[in-house]
Design a protein around this ligand. Structure first.
Ligand SMILES: [Zn+2]
Length: 115
């Protein structure tokens, strides 16, 4: 892998752009649901609340991913990209191409999932 990480940087920047658009679009639909709640009956209100909860769930997942991608771009800038944040070992190219925003090596990620 080249030292300037041009390829993962391009992938991360493209993904970040898509995430920001999706978050903006999701924000609009969540606001619409909230407006509707004032006009609809009790049963529809339950539906609306459920829809809003789903929209918020999607939004928070997008937001978590956005922060992860931003952190990966920051690590490229800082020169620590591709190093495990737990043990400091270099992540495999395989792992980084599967997820260019990966934070931990396979061993540390497995340990965190178990613990
Ligand atoms: Zn590690």
């Amino acid at each position: 892998m080249s030292a300037d990480h041009a390829e993962p940087r391009a992938r991360l920047e493209a993904e970040l752009h898509g995430l920001r658009e999706a978050i903006d679009a999701g924000g609009e639909s969540a606001a619409t649901v909230e407006l509707d709640q004032t006009r609809v009956g009790r049963l529809s209100r339950m539906d609306a609340m459920q829809q809003q909860a789903m929209a918020q769930g999607t939004r928070s997942r997008l937001d978590i991913r956005r922060r992860k991608v931003e952190a990966a771009l920051a690590r490229i800038t800082a020169g620590t990209y591709g190093l495990c944040c737990e043990c400091g070992l270099r992540l495999s190219d395989e792992r980084l191409s599967a997820d260019p925003a990966a934070v931990f090596c396979a061993d540390c990620a497995a340990e965190r999932e178990l613990g």
